[in-house]
Ligand binder design. Structure first.
Ligand SMILES: [Zn+2]
Length: 340
């Protein structure tokens, strides 16, 4: 089928589960109630995506407080009690970073509960996201490894263990989120891809990497405004990605200043094209989505195009995100009619 539709990863959480409209929401439930609430919200996220006509659905990241820390909580060797303030993503934000103080090991399974719940309740293809090794390494302070690459490789080993288990749980697509690729472009071909290869080692399911310009929050919008009339970050990293063993690349397109001709550098990859802007509450029309897909088709064979969101929708208003899911499903369907 042409233009299958999916989301980058996160959706807003229901207000009975966590504070709304926040990137770092506090949970509103505790203990067993929280554990059950996460799974209930997962079902809701799946249902919303199915009803919107999406073809590859996900858990909406309803079980994690944050896309990186949701993984780190399950890693031993990290001190969450004494966080330090650190500039991350090339000093774009200040964040309170947990500190790596010893050998990194997994405490157990990370996303088993929500993935098994999702798998049991949908017949559609199921996608799950994990933070990428470079992005994780840029989000923690290191007082043990003394070498960013060595630490990233250690995280990649843990990611691989969880990814293999997710595949066994019936996941069809495993995506690694690497916004740091757009910041440390020179390091992507140096070791970023190698770390991803370690994370996907032995997987038979479809693998993806998501590289965006960040959530629609002020620090990112200000950063984008400083990047000039054409955003060329992708130009530096796409050639290395094209040679990688990753199957799919998820990128930002609608309302961005990414020159679409750069997509031709990813020859041979499936491309998840952002046709939904997560930085505006204006809901896209199906015609706008068709326009983006048509523009991308000048550089990418239509069989390789997947309709997606620019980034996660976690910090958005819930009703707006739901309306954008519907627009995404309708836009992809209209593009199928138009270009099929
Ligand atoms: Zn993103």
């Amino acid at each position: 089928m042409l233009f299958p539709a999916t989301i980058a990863g996160s959706l807003p959480k229901p207000s009975w589960l966590a504070e709304p409209d926040k990137l770092w929401p506090q949970w509103r439930l505790q203990g067993d109630d929280l554990a059950q609430g996460k799974l209930d919200a997962t079902l809701l996220a799946i249902k919303l995506q199915e009803d919107a006509g999406l073809d590859i659905v996900g858990d909406g990241e309803q079980s994690r407080q944050h896309f990186v820390h949701g993984f780190l909580e399950f890693v031993d060797g990290i001190d969450f009690a004494h966080k330090v303030e650190m500039g991350i993503r090339g000093d774009r934000y200040k964040a309170m970073a947990p500190v790596v103080r010893g050998e990194l090991t997994l405490k157990g399974r990370v996303h088993q509960l929500e993935v098994r719940t999702a798998r049991a309740h949908t017949q559609r293809k199921l996608k799950i996201t994990l933070p990428g090794p470079m992005t994780i390494s840029d989000t923690v302070a290191d007082e043990h490894y003394g070498d960013k690459v060595k630490m990233a490789m250690a995280f990649a080993g843990l990611l691989n263990r969880e990814a293999r288990a997710l595949e066994a749980d019936g996941v069809d697509v495993i995506q690694f989120d690497e916004p740091a690729f757009n910041v440390f472009m020179g390091e992507v071909s140096g070791w970023g891809i190698e770390a991803l290869h370690r994370a996907i080692d032995g997987l038979k399911c479809t693998t993806a990497v998501h590289i965006c310009y960040g959530y629609g929050i002020k620090a990112n919008i200000d950063w984008k405004n400083s990047l000039g009339p054409e955003w060329k970050q992708y130009e530096d990293i796409f050639p290395a990605l094209a040679k990688s063993r990753i199957d799919q690349v998820s990128i930002e397109a609608i309302n961005s200043r990414v020159p679409l001709k750069l997509l031709s550098l990813l020859d041979g990859k499936d491309l998840l094209i952002g046709v939904i802007d997560v930085a505006t509450d204006a809901v896209e029309t199906p015609e706008q989505i068709v326009q983006v897909i048509g523009d991308v088709m000048k550089y990418v064979p239509k069989e390789r195009i997947v309709a997606c969101t620019n980034c996660g929708m976690a910090p958005m208003h819930r009703d707006i995100a739901a309306a954008k899911l519907v627009a995404l499903g309708q836009g992809a369907a209209l593009a199928r009619k138009r270009f099929g």
